[in-house]
Design a protein around this ligand. Structure first.
Ligand code: S3P
Length: 170
């Protein structure tokens, strides 16, 4: 199918939160790629990282991404790293539309401090190192994220962000 709406962006950018809010009024299903992996593998993301390493996780992530082609048109929240491995970003843009939720690093860090335990990439570093570590990852990932068909910047105002997201989406 051609019509998924993919939301991409760094951990903490709000892909799942805004994805669910976008899908409902338009009568679309909402899918979260991490959740599909957890359901299918019967393991948490942290358990998959611990057992198979990041490389094993990325292979699974691609498999579950491709499986979305069998699903009816949905709003899909991708994982933060999904667009940045293999040829995933090309696949995403071929299979549907894409929006990058671009959120400043300071806002991301602020949000992520509340949920670090669920994210194996973060759990490996003390919070003091996050600005430098996450800044570097964000910089490396930006060229992938910026291949999205739309970029919506978060400016600190949820309602303006959501209306610009709706405008990009529909
Ligand atoms: C990851 C982001 C996570 C999850 C995994 C790896 C990443 O998803 O896929 O922990 O590489 O940025 P969220 O962006 O939903 O937290």
């Amino acid at each position: 199918m051609k019509d998924h709406l993919f939301l991409l962006g760094f951990m903490g950018s709000g892909k799942s939160r805004w994805g669910a809010q976008l899908a409902a009024p338009f009568g679309l299903a909402f899918l979260d790629l991490d959740r599909e992996i957890v359901k299918g593998e019967r393991q948490t993301i942290a358990e998959i990282f611990a057992g198979q390493g990041e490389a094993g996780f990325r292979t699974l992530e691609r498999k579950y991404l491709h499986a979305l082609a069998e699903q009816p048109a949905s709003v899909v929240a991708l994982g933060g790293g999904t667009p940045c491995f293999f040829d995933n970003m090309d696949w995403i843009n071929r299979q549907g539309r894409s929006i990058y939720l671009q959120v400043p690093l300071e806002t991301l860090i602020d949000r992520l401090q509340r949920k670090a335990g669920q994210r194996p990439l973060l759990a490996q570093w003390p919070v003091e190192e996050w600005p430098q570590r996450l800044g570097k990852i964000l910089e490396d990932r930006a060229p992938f994220y910026e291949q999205a068909q739309h970029i919506v910047e978060y400016d600190g105002d949820d309602s303006s962000f959501f209306s610009r997201l709706c405008a990009a989406a529909f």
